[in-house]
Write a new protein. Structure first.
Length: 511
């Protein structure tokens, strides 16, 4: 094991940071390499106290020594031939969406012209989707992924992230950071000149997505329409789109480029590209924030990334950006009284209804790119009985912010809502918002891509820096968090080609 050149900065003296038992260090905990036996890669619980240490080496060793491989089975599964990939399952029922929606205009390849990576792509995707990883419970999929990447010749490191509500005891979760460090020399493509990698890479382009998913778990299934897998074959399951399709397509794209015949981009690829798969995107973005914070603590500071490609479902279109978000609680305080004598009380519910009516009708900001700022009244409660004037009402709203800039856009909207509440009643309301953000713009100026904007949040704003940001990935967000999350083999394969183009484009434009 080599000492990373990207050294861990001295521990922060900020007590808040020290309160975490997890060292959120850059790439600190475990530096695996292909020379380690694969069976040594999975992780058992490390003692939190060992991770508080400024030096991470003991923690890494402790981890390594505790390793036992529980995932051999999955590794084997992942290597199964395609014929064994298709599980027994229910055939699609009539009310399920057709494998090839009409509006779809992807360039499908026939089974006859299936890309050479089809089997490995589908196998990787299946393994990822099959492992439940609802936010908080990302340990197992992270372990599997590290194992897989190391098996493919990558160097991988774990970056532990503080547990969340869903994190089981003893199953710490972590971001996976990997780079093409372990390819053997002399494989004939020049892609794997890993011997020069005497420690930490200095990547120009980062490929990233998230490994957590929303609940509930939905098992993996792949339809067998007819007897062969084609580009129209549908795959279902939780995370099949968001975002394990992106994870699988990103890895496959990079692999394919690394092993491509053309030597010109390959050397730059293996030197300049890094993979980052984070936890907690679906809840708080703690994984990406931890990574971002770790960069800020590095001493000396790392060279800034030139570009970061974020994998999220964008229907294989290049997203010009996404709306911002703001989540707020509104409490109205009134005075309880008998409902027959309403003038003796003050109805908190009535105040809330009148205020929300105005908030919903108000212009909270529009832009050409993102349209209107929209408000969802997501939770509404108040009062105790039909014959009592309510003294308290409580509401949670979720705002999708159509205006920028990223840093202040949400504050503009928050101030507008505050003004409306003050106009309705200048003392009845308490209004508190989470730290929101305005609309997030990404670079969508790449030849040969259709473009799109999306209304959901991503990890894009959680990674600080001036890098060029690309947001792209397979699948449709409209099915992503639903009971029928699905995509076709063709869409997944199209994404591999899209990522390949984006990676090369980003490297070409790297500064
Ligand atoms: Zn996602």
């Amino acid at each position: 094991m080599q000492v990373p050149t990207w050294k861990l900065a001295a521990s922060s003296s900020d007590p808040d940071e020290l309160a975490s038992p997890y060292q959120l260090s850059p790439f600190p905990i475990l530096n695996t390499s292909h020379s380690l036996p694969r069976s040594a890669i999975s992780i058992t619980r490390a003692h939190p106290s060992s991770m508080r240490a400024t030096s991470f080496a003991p923690a890494a060793l402790a981890l390594l020594l505790q390793l036992t491989l529980a995932d051999q089975q999955q590794q084997q599964q992942q290597q199964q031939p395609l014929s064994r990939l298709r599980p027994s399952h229910q055939p699609p029922t009539a009310d399920e969406p057709s494998p090839l929606p009409k509006q779809q205009h992807h360039h499908h390849v026939d089974a006859a012209s299936a890309p050479p990576y089809r089997d490995s792509l589908l196998s990787l995707h299946k393994s990822l989707v099959s492992i439940e990883s609802i936010t908080g419970n990302e340990n197992e999929v992270g372990r599997w992924l590290v194992d897989y990447l190391v098996g493919r010749g990558y160097a991988a490191e774990l970056q532990f992230v503080a547990p969340s509500d869903g994190t089981p005891e003893g199953k710490e979760r972590f971001n996976v950071v990997a780079w093409p460090g372990g390819h053997d020399e002399g494989t004939g493509n020049g892609a794997g000149r890993s011997s020069r990698r005497s420690g930490r890479a200095d990547p120009r382009v980062v490929l990233t997505s998230h490994i957590d998913v929303v609940p509930p778990h939905i098992p993996y299934s792949i339809s067998d329409d007819g007897d062969a897998i084609t580009s129209r074959t549908m795959i279902k399951g939780r995370g099949s789109v968001d975002a394990k399709a992106s994870v699988a397509a990103i890895i496959t794209a990079l692999d394919d480029l690394l092993h491509a015949d053309s030597a010109s981009p390959a050397s730059s690829l293996s030197d300049d590209v890094m993979l980052l798969f984070v936890v907690d995107e679906e809840v708080a973005g703690a994984g990406m924030r931890a990574f971002s914070d770790s960069l800020a603590r590095m001493d000396p500071p790392p060279r800034p990334f030139s570009a970061v490609i974020f994998g999220e479902p964008t229907e294989n279109k290049l997203a010009c950006g996404h709306k911002g978000a703001l989540f707020c609680d509104i409490t109205a305080r009134g005075v309880a009284a008998h409902s027959g004598y309403p003038w003796l009380g003050k109805s908190a519910n009535e105040l809330m209804v009148r205020a929300l009516d105005r908030v919903l009708d108000a212009d909270l900001g529009t832009s050409d790119l993102f349209g209107n700022t929209t408000v969802n009244v997501g939770l509404f409660e108040g009062g105790v009985a039909g014959n009592v004037i309510p003294e308290r009402a409580f509401v949670k709203i979720g705002v999708r912010v159509a205006i920028g800039p990223q840093k202040q856009g949400a504050k503009v909207v928050e101030d507008k809502i505050q003004r409306i509440l003050d106009e309705v009643d200048d003392e009845a309301f308490t209004f508190t918002c989470s730290q929101g953000y305005g609309s997030v713009e990404c670079n969508c100026d790449v030849p040969d891509f259709d473009t799109i904007t999306v209304n959901y949040g991503t990890d894009v704003p959680n990674l600080a820096g001036n890098h060029t940001r690309y947001l792209y990935g397979p699948g449709d967000i409209l099915v992503a968090h639903g009971a029928r999350e699905n995509l076709t083999v063709g869409v997944l394969e199209e994404a591999v080609e899209g990522y390949k183009k984006l990676i090369l484009h980003a490297l070409d434009h790297a500064q």
